[in-house]
Design a protein around this ligand. Sequence first.
Ligand SMILES: Nc1ncnc2c1ncn2[C@@H]1O[C@H](COP(=O)(O)OP(=O)(O)OP(=O)(O)O)[C@@H](O)[C@H]1O
Ligand SMILES: [Mg+2]
Length: 164
Amino acid sequence: MHPTPPAQRVTALLFRRLPARLDTIPADGETATWRRPMRSAHAEMSFDTDPRRVEAARRVTAAVVGRAGVRDRDVVGTVQLLVSEIVTNAIVHGNTNSVSFQLTCDAAGDVLIEVDDHSSGGPEVREAGPDDEGGRGMQLVSFFARDWGRKGSCTWCTFTARSS
Ligand SMILES: Nc1ncnc2c1ncn2[C@@H]1O[C@H](COP(=O)(O)OP(=O)(O)OP(=O)(O)O)[C@@H](O)[C@H]1O
Ligand SMILES: [Mg+2]
């Protein structure tokens, strides 16, 4: 006779067998959607102002939101875009030789990105004309982020990444 597995283990086994999302299950006009539960995940890193650090920040971002339970590639890509733009700005426009980056995704799917360039100044949303080479990064941030701002020398933004 097999020992009864603890409830937690049964749940873990079920999650492993179920697809990330069971789409609509019609039953007499009713529908049900199963959502993978999320958990909080966090990472922080500091780096120099070599532009190649943006790629590292993007990789860490994918790992954190993946660990939090986000499977939707578009959602992961959007969080990576926000991180790219803000980290790139810190490297390019900050008057610094070090940048601190923190990323938190809580169990409700609320993402907080914080990038500290240890310098004064800060981002503004510019109007980029068709021939302008720059001035679009913060437009993207203000479009995709739920909110953004600057606190001291830290640029932050929030995003909602529900599991799907
Ligand atoms: N961390 C920062 N420190 C100081 N100034 C900043 C910072 N981030 C952004 N800015 C200012 O805000 C402006 C708008 O930023 P935005 O990212 O939209 O454009 P960009 O970086 O100039 O070009 P790109 O389209 O390549 O991102 C920048 O040109 C810069 O003047
Ligand atoms: Mg920029």
